[in-house]
Design a protein around this ligand. Structure first.
Ligand code: HEM
Length: 253
């Protein structure tokens, strides 16, 4: 094995190496979430803004951009998961050795919560990808932008996708669980990166809460406002048989 391979193996073999991997991939995933939330909020500017953004995502770098981005995201997600599982197993093994005769010793509550909320995130992401990216519902998959039928109607799809109260409830509960994971994750991240000391504990705690709260509000606002009819599709695609009238309805609003 060459020197680089040995160094990488040594890094992975050490507990601080894995903690760093969890922290750095965590920063990447939080970066993705902030960008995704900001992109989603374009829905409040109307159909054209959100659909332009969707079109850009699928076409930048001649369509390669989104695949490069997806590979990076998947890699970060996989490394985050595998390194976390390895750390949990190491901690458990160390605890079992130390407390071999003490059956009452359990994993800390917060770390058990992290595993369960992390699994909820995984379940949510799978559902969400099938819902809006793979679009297994043919009604959502075939929606076309009434102003430019050559492209997908992301705006109409999101609003139609949140017409079911069960789906809305699922999103709100899952995103809330997800945010508890994030809040704990962000504060551990500061610790791993050596940015949390007695002096900075207060600030880092508040940064974690602020980032989590902004993401929570930003993400749940869309399903919630759709469910109470405050966010609605003014230019319904079915009406766009009379294409011109749909465009007029939108440009008037
Ligand atoms: C609850 C509010 C959310 C809404 C309205 C929403 C909306 C969307 C939409 C419309 C797409 C498809 C974009 C397109 O292909 O044009 C998408 C993709 C995606 N969303 Fe969300 N999302 C939400 C929350 C989340 C959360 C909380 C996560 C992460 C845990 C997430 C992760 C993703 C991922 C990984 C993709 C796939 C990106 C790709 O195409 O590679 N979303 N979302």
């Amino acid at each position: 094995m060459n020197a680089l391979g040995k160094a990488l193996l040594g890094f992975w073999g050490s507990s601080i190496g894995k903690k760093l991997i969890v922290a750095v991939t965590g920063v990447m995933l939080v970066g993705f979430l902030i960008a995704h939330m900001v992109g989603n909020l374009l829905i409040f500017q109307g159909r054209e803004s959100l659909n332009d953004y969707g079109y850009f995502l699928h076409h930048f770098l001649h369509g390669w951009g989104i695949w490069i981005f997806r590979l990076g995201l998947l890699g970060a997600f996989a490394l985050h998961l595998v390194a976390t599982i390895a750390l949990v197993r190491e901690n458990r093994a160390a605890r079992n050795t130390r407390y071999a005769y003490d059956a009452t010793v359990q994993a800390p509550r917060s770390s058990r919560m992290m595993i369960w909320s992390g699994l909820t995130v995984l379940g949510f992401v799978i559902f969400h990808l099938l819902h809006f990216t793979v679009r297994i519902d043919p009604d959502l998959a075939k929606m076309k932008d009434p102003m430019d039928p050559s492209r997908h109607d992301v705006y109409g799809m999101v609003i139609a996708g949140f017409q079911s109260p069960i789906v809305v409830l699922f999103y709100i509960v899952a995103v809330s669980f997800f945010c508890t994971h994030l809040n704990h994750g962000i504060s551990s991240l500061f610790q791993t990166l050596g940015l949390r000391s007695e002096k900075t504990r207060w600030v880092t705690g508040k940064i974690g809460i602020a980032v989590t709260l902004i993401l929570w509000l930003g993400f749940i606002s869309i399903p919630f406002l759709t469910s109470v009819n405050l966010l609605k599709d003014e230019g319904v695609p079915e009406k766009s048989a009379a294409h011109g009238s749909a465009v007029e309805t939108i440009s008037e609003s």
